[in-house]
Design a protein around this ligand. Structure first.
Ligand code: ISE
Length: 331
């Protein structure tokens, strides 16, 4: 069978990682096209993977079988929409959009087409540590969930980040994790933040979830020590938590030490491979799976409520409603 011809829009850190994984880890696909605002970079990445460089995203979308969208956040919705309209299966990096309306437009386009085309890049769904927690919850080992707790720490902010960016670019992962792991919707959020200079550095989000569960999320953009993401869920009969660091404990110089990741590209290395591999397999099989455009949209509703809560100083409701039939089951 001919490999699926995949085009990558945006070849910064994330797009290049997806291209690398497609090239080295997915036999059923090839990187056929690349486009990037930085022409020199596009040429370099295209030649690295034997792909063609396209002048613009429209040309690439028309020419390939499937698309990875890894361009800047504000471009995601428009590109995902173009892919749906062209009938091209798409792995779109998170967030699906930077506005609720942008995310809804993608959902509406899929509803009009009567098919799912877009998978959103919530890669934690493919991380072995998160999957083990999900499995324990689904097996009922700790009983029905009562409390979700998530922590998400970046090494450093680099540049000052606005509250919108922190919530839509970073916390959106954790909002999705809570929904995915508990299999319940977020009903209300209450958010406080710590600022330094021009930027937001720490955010805490309190969640009320359907079925009476509560949650708390810590997003620290400036941990100063490394990159760490984990979750703990308390049920009626126990607690399940992502395991400790996978790195070896080294005892030397009267100290015990473990290495901590620097960023998501190392922490979620395995997850990114599994994500793109399963995405390609689902495209080949014609059976969409993984986080859907609906998941992307609902996480944006929660994100919007978080920003509103920071501004109002009050809890804010999140009204996702029931998913349309298209999203009720796999496909
Ligand atoms: C980044 O864009 C990501 O998606 C990472 O997974 C996340 O941990 C980080 O906070 C974001 O800025």
């Amino acid at each position: 069978m001919e490999p699926l011809r995949v085009g990558v829009v945006g070849v910064g850190g994330m797009g290049t990682r997806h291209a690398h994984n497609l090239h080295h880890h997915v036999g059923e696909a090839e990187v056929a096209g690349v486009v990037d605002a930085d022409e020199a970079r596009a040429v370099e990445i295209a030649s690295r993977y034997g792909a063609q460089r396209y002048e613009d995203a429209a040309g690439l979308i028309a020419a390939v079988d499937a698309v990875v969208v890894a361009s800047p956040d504000a471009t995601h919705a428009e590109l995902a929409l173009a892919c749906v309209k062209a009938g091209k299966p798409t792995l779109c990096e998170k967030p699906l959009a930077t506005t609720v309306e942008g995310g809804r437009a993608v959902v509406d386009a899929e509803l009009a087409a009567g098919r799912r085309f877009v998978q959103v890049g919530f890669m934690r769904e493919y991380d072995p540590a998160h999957l083990a927690v999900k499995e324990a919850l689904d097996e009922g080992i700790v009983g029905p969930a009562r409390l979700f707790s998530g922590w998400h720490r970046n090494l450093t902010t680099g540049t000052a980040r606005t509250i919108e960016d922190v919530i839509f670019n970073s916390a959106v992962h954790d909002l999705h994790s809570a929904r995915w792991l508990l299999g319940r919707e977020i009903e209300e959020v209450f958010v406080r933040r710590v600022t330094a200079g021009e930027g937001t550095v720490v955010v805490t989000i309190l969640l009320s979830m359907a079925g009476g569960a509560l949650g708390s999320i810590e997003v620290n953009l400036d941990s100063g020590y490394g990159y760490e993401v984990g979750v703990e869920v308390t049920g009626s009969a126990g607690v399940v938590r992502t395991g400790p660091l996978p790195t070896p404990v080294v005892r030397a110089g009267q100290a015990a030490a473990q290495a901590i990741d620097r960023d998501w590209l190392t922490r979620f290395e395995q997850a990114y491979v599994a994500e793109v591999r399963q995405w390609i397999r689902s495209v080949v099989a014609g059976r969409p799976s993984g986080p859907s455009a609906w998941d992307g949209y609902v996480s944006l509703l929660a994100a919007r409520a978080c920003v509103d809560s920071v501004r109002s100083g009050l809890p804010e409701a999140v009204a996702a409603g029931l998913p349309p039939d298209l999203y009720g089951s796999e496909g």
